[in-house]
Ligand binder design. Structure first.
Ligand code: IVH
Length: 673
């Protein structure tokens, strides 16, 4: 019995690692996120039963571990160097001349150019192929041991891929841990909603996430990793840096596709220009390029100077900064009532984008910057990250500048604002505040939510201001004559809008749940809740304890969900949404686990199902439908006129089931044809 379970566990691990690699390294997934989560939950369930079976490279180790008190300090076997910087072409030409001189050549030098990733340098130590230690760069000599946190990064192999000819006894891989921009924006958005200070840039966010003593927090941050260097390696090294990168790819790392061999300094300068152009489209922050002599033997000959190698240099991009004036500071009311101070700027172009507003996040930030109405300020735009005020130019003050404090009344409804204990944020707590309602509708109708096309800001302003819509549910009772009275709303557009609203009634339950705008319940958590509970009534009736029993649901979410549905207004909202015809069923069939971890192959014609139907049913119940029989196949389902697959099953000793057997197994009966 235990043997079987252990086999199942090992198979699950292999399957999970395979899909992890497909998704995070190759960016070519074969299964959905929900399927992956289900498999992972299954694995964790078995490991909970048998903690003695947990291995350091089990995919379960990516979800985080109990919090640490402090990080251990550790000395790098070889110091982690830093790079000299160059800011212009002239300096790069000097670097090229110096390189030629040191290598005593008049020929063009072959460089390997990479992008300079703006994250946190880390070192990963593999012993016999197993990731044993991960550390920050620290001061280059000593770093902090953050192994558990690094293990949560899906593109870092927990075990090197064995397809490589030989796995070295010891291998120290160095590279950059980064936070993708999408993730950065998502994180800051939720921090703001929670009244926490946002991270200033993706680098700080990556560093902050990796320096969490609680690795489950890191696990929730979806970082990424690209290797770019090596420390100690007990195997012979390849000849060039480019080959080193290729080797990393073979070992299972995700290597950066932008690395390029550039022969001669002109090619390097062209690469720099190219990358500057591509910079905003990459999905992560880069702040320049790194130019390395490609030949490792030549690197060795050139050596290092104090803390940086002579064979490499960073060629940075110019900073994207501009100066402009703060015309006003206003308070914006968000969906949860939080008042956010926003600087209204004299419009200015930075890196091709016109910037006319910049959020100041909260009063603490206003105070920290000491920004006043009328101030001249430096605006910075990092990547496609939201532009921000980095500092005030005090020398330009003439005394007419006006300090700002958030109003103690809501600018939209005039209610008193309050500050919850332990939070920086001030909120308007008037549940019928029109500004909050507008934001809630905007969120409700957004793409990730109910996706109501045409439900934009201007329209929502009118609907709320005219009192036509006083609650989200009112959207589903709108009539054409009410719409036609609005500005810029003709017969046709009113009909289109009504059709869009009608279509939204059928959105899957997880989208609806997300659209409700419950604190901490984002798109992913909504899916987790719906997957686990199946319907809204169960979610509404759950206790904190019941919610906590769901994998990935923590105390914050559980509390928030229970509090939300405990409020009479919110229950009322659900009743009215139902009355308005909104669909409350989960559209996706709930995934069962009767066939969890089992692989089936179907051959021949079945009486009650088409091939496609039965395969779908198997997957719905947590099994896998494969095309060909192997030793890993658990069962072969044989119908009329089976092909060679039945033969193969017999040869390999794979159990053969009839359609009837399968139906019995899953407890389903079908009569007739
Ligand atoms: S090579 C000896 N390559 O830049 C070479 N560094 O200023 C040491 N960085 O600490 C680093 N992208 O955090 C290298 N493609 C890249 C890089 C890169 C980003 C960072 C790294 C390092 C810093 C040096």
């Amino acid at each position: 019995m235990n043997e079987n379970l252990k086999q199942q566990l090992e198979q699950l691990r292999q399957v999970l690692e395979h899909h992890n690699y497909r998704y995070y390294v190759l960016d070519d997934p074969e299964i959905t996120d929900a399927e992956y989560d289900r498999l992972l939950r299954e694995l964790i369930a078995i490991e909970n039963q048998h903690p003695e079976w947990i291995t350091p490279d089990s995919p379960s180790q990516r979800v985080g571990a109990p919090p640490l008190q402090v990080f251990a300090s550790m000395q790098h076997t070889l110091p982690m160097l830093s790079l000299d910087n160059s800011l212009d072409e002239a300096e790069m030409r000097e670097f090229n001349q110096r390189t030629r001189r040191l290598l005593d050549t008049t020929e063009e030098i072959e460089y390997l150019c990479e992008v300079k990733l703006d994250g946190l340098a880390v070192e990963l130590i593999y012993e016999k192929g197993l990731l044993t230690i991960g550390a920050t760069r620290g001061d280059g000599i000593y770093g902090e041991e953050i192994t558990r946190n690094l293990k949560t990064i899906a593109s870092i192999p927990l075990r090197l891929r064995t397809t490589a000819a030989a796995i070295p006894e010891r291998l120290e891989v160095r590279g950059e841990a980064i936070m993708p921009l999408r993730e950065f924006r998502r994180l800051n958005q939720s921090r703001l909603e929670e009244g926490e200070p946002p991270f200033a840039n993706p680098r700080n966010a990556a560093a902050g996430s990796l320096r969490q003593l609680d690795s489950t927090i890191t696990a929730g941050r979806r970082l990424d990793f690209y290797p770019y260097g090596i420390g100690v390696c007990s195997a012979p090294l390849p000849q060039t840096h480019n080959q080193l990168l290729q080797w990393f790819a073979i070992l299972g790392f995700k290597t950066n596709p932008l690395a390029k061999i550039c022969t001669g300094i002109e090619a390097v300068i062209a690469y720099h220009r190219d990358m500057m152009e591509q910079r905003d489209t990459l999905g992560y922050e880069i702040d320049g390029i790194v130019v390395k002599v490609n030949d490792l033997a030549k690197q060795e000959r050139m050596g290092i100077r104090s803390r940086s190698p002579r064979w490499a240099i960073a060629y940075k991009f110019p900073a994207r900064e501009e100066i402009t004036r703060v015309e006003n500071i206003i308070a914006q009311v968000g969906r949860t009532g939080v008042l956010t101070p926003v600087a209204v700027l004299d419009p200015v172009r930075i890196g091709g984008v016109t910037v006319s507003r910049s959020t100041l996040h909260n009063q603490d930030e206003v105070d920290r910057l000491d920004v006043r109405i009328g101030d001249w300020v430096v605006i910075q735009r990092a990547g496609d990250v939201i532009p921000k005020i980095v500092r005030v130019i005090r020398e330009r003050r003439d005394g007419s500048e006006i300090p700002y404090i958030l109003p103690d009344r809501c600018p939209a409804c005039g209610s008193h604002t309050i500050q919850s204990p332990g939070e920086v944020a001030w909120r308007c707590v008037n549940l019928s505040c029109p500004a909050q309602l507008k934001e809630r509708i905007l969120h409700f109708a957004s793409k990730g939510g109910m996706d109501i096309e045409g439900m934009g800001e201007k329209l929502i302003d009118q609907l709320v201001e005219k009192g036509v819509v006083q609650s989200i549910a009112d959207l589903f009772f709108l009539e054409k004559n009410q719409l036609i009275e609005l500005e810029r709303m003709a017969d046709k557009s009113a009909e289109k809008l009504l059709a869009a609203i009608a279509a939204s009634r059928q959105r899957p339950l997880d989208r609806l749940l997300f659209a409700l705008g419950i604190r901490f319940v984002g798109e992913h958590i909504s899916r987790v809740l719906v997957d686990a509970m199946g319907n809204l009534d169960s979610i509404m009736q759950s206790s904190v304890e019941e919610l906590l029993a769901i994998h990935e649901i923590g105390p914050q979410v559980a509390d928030s969900v229970v509090t939300f549905f405990a409020q009479a207004e919110n229950r009322q909202l659900i009743v009215r949404l139902k009355a308005g015809g909104v669909q409350f069923q989960s559209m996706e069939k709930k995934r069962g686990d009767k066939l969890a971890g089992k692989t089936f192959v179907v051959t021949g014609t079945l009486a009650h199902y088409s091939r496609q139907e039965i395969e779908q049913r198997i997957e719905e119940l947590g099994g896998r439908a494969a095309a060909s029989v192997s030793r890993k196949t658990d069962y072969v389902i044989v119908g009329e006129n089976p092909g060679s697959k039945a033969e193969k099953a017999r040869e390999l000793g794979v159990p053969i089931l009839s359609e009837e057997d399968l139906l019995n197994m899953i407890g389903e009966q079908r009569s007739g044809n």
